[in-house]
Design a protein around this ligand. Structure first.
Ligand code: CO
Length: 468
């Protein structure tokens, strides 16, 4: 999810620090997975899919990290007959649509780690005994195994659901169908439908699923009761969704297009995001990361209908740090060079995302609403005679806390006629309203995003997959 940039971009210098070195390639599947999977990639009878919902069109997919697999998909009937390996716990193939909780695919509760990148040696050895380091001692959870396993589990859910999205989403589908497909997948893989009070705070969607088309740069999600939008073969769609466990959000996004015209736009933004990730680090000035991002992004151009258009970095969105139940925790990582001296610190978590556009790079609010987020400064209890506001506030506190949500998330909880209550909460700054963000008509934009952990020994690109 993108963070709206504060109005603080004074122009400044800033040389990017030398890039870091990769320790290993990608998240990868857990050791031994490919050895212990059923020969044909099918499920054993203990696959955890009891099929009580009757979705008989469920087939199997290879595990997301299983690069180059040519495992055949098999029908349900076939796997019903495969009971001989019943007793052994082993990673299994995910279904399509994804419905097997990831805890049933990875034994022992250990999940693949993200890509580990080393910091610049210079950074490791220079004076780091600072106030920042003292502060980071309160953030040592980044070295806690249980914390890391939960975070990696959320990342694995993201990888598996986005793999399904990349493999199955096609022009002609409605955005509601795509969004609900992603959300149902996330909830199934977390093994938490999120319908009982409190359950949504244990795990769930990190924010409204973003499906932003073309000149809509960010923050579009389909709303109930609106005319549904169908995906077109010439659309450039940013797919931005989050998965959280205990409020720790994996925020990761990619762009889909079905027309090679936009390949360079996607390449530019992917490069810019990876450049941002490489340049991020402990004690690194964020403005240096921004300058490197902009330089990478704006070295590309796109040919659209015979016209060559430079790719511009978007000014009004930023990467951001993440805190528990808070998608935007206060620090911003713009894509435009600036003279801000804020540094990244050990123990922090950042969503490194970039947006590139063929338009102007300045955004306006679009029509409608993307979502709502309770202010971290909101009071515990609200004082009003408006009963609809009171009951809505109770629902928000029980199901979302400060996690950003959309109308679809509310309505699946059975909440209706909430608009008056929401207006009250919004006009009293209890809830913030997020709106779609648009570049000029006729322009195209792309986004790529990863969540990174600035651990003491290395940075972990926790959401890295073999796709991006
Ligand atoms: Co984000």
């Amino acid at each position: 999810m993108g963070s709206k940039t504060a109005e603080n971009e004074s122009q400044g210098g800033g040389n990017a620090p030398p890039s870091s070195t990769k320790l290993n390639a990608t998240g990868g599947e857990p050791k031994g997975v490919h050895l212990s999977r059923d020969g044909d990639g099918s499920l054993g009878d203990d696959g955890g899919d009891d099929d009580s919902d009757g979705d008989d069109n469920t087939g199997t997919l290879a595990l997301p990290m299983n690069q180059g697999s040519d495992l055949p998909s098999v029908s349900k009937k076939k796997k019903r007959t495969r009971s001989k390996k019943k007793s052994k716990k082993r990673p299994l193939g995910q279904t399509s649509p994804p419905r097997i909780p990831v805890q049933d695919l990875f034994s022992g509760g250990r999940y693949p780690h993200g890509e580990l990148q080393s910091y610049e040696p210079m950074v490791e050895n220079t004076a780091r005994i600072t106030a920042q380091e003292t502060r980071s001692e309160s953030r040592h959870h980044l070295e806690d195994d249980a914390f890391l396993d939960d975070y990696r589990k959320a990342a694995e859910v993201h990888r598996q659901v986005r793999r399904w999205t990349q493999e199955t989403v096609r022009p002609g589908q409605s955005l509601t169908e795509i969004a609900v497909g992603i959300e149902d997948g996330v909830r199934a893989l977390l093994d938490n439908a999120g319908l009982a009070p409190g359950d949504g705070l244990i795990s769930g969607l990190g924010f409204p699923t973003g499906l932003s088309l073309n000149n809509c740069v960010a923050h579009y999600t389909p709303n109930p009761g609106q005319k549904d939008v169908l995906l077109n073969s010439t659309d450039v769609m940013k797919v931005d969704f989050g998965v959280h466990i205990n409020g720790w959000i994996v925020d990761s996004a990619f762009t889909m297009s079905f027309d090679p015209t936009y390949d360079n736009l996607l390449t530019a933004v992917k490069d810019a995001t990876n450049t941002g990730i490489k340049n991020a680090g402990i004690d690194v000035r964020i403005s240096d990361v921004s300058a490197a991002i902009q330089e990478a992004m704006e070295s590309y151009e796109v040919d659209i209908k015979g016209k060559t258009i430079p790719v511009k970095a978007v000014r009004d969105l930023s990467g951001h740090n993440i805190d528990q139940y808070r998608i935007h925790a206060g620090k911003s990582v713009p894509f435009i060079k600036n003279s801000d001296n804020t540094k990244m610190e050990e123990g922090e978590i950042f969503a490194i995302e970039t947006f590139g556009t063929t338009g102007r790079g300045y955004l306006r609010d679009g029509p409608g609403v993307y979502g709502y987020g309770k202010s971290p400064y909101a009071p515990k209890k609200i004082n009003t005679h408006l009963t609809s506001a009171k009951s809505l506030y109770k629902t928000i506190n029980e199901n979302f806390g400060t996690i950003v949500f959309c109308r679809r998330y509310l309505e699946r909880l059975g909440v209706d006629r909430y608009l008056a209550g929401m207006n009250y909460l919004a006009s009293n700054d209890i809830v913030e309203v997020y709106r779609p963000l648009m570049d000029v008509e006729g322009s195209y934009s792309a986004q790529f995003e990863h969540t990174i952990l600035l651990r003491g020994s290395c940075k972990e690109v926790i959401s890295r997959g073999d796709d991006y």
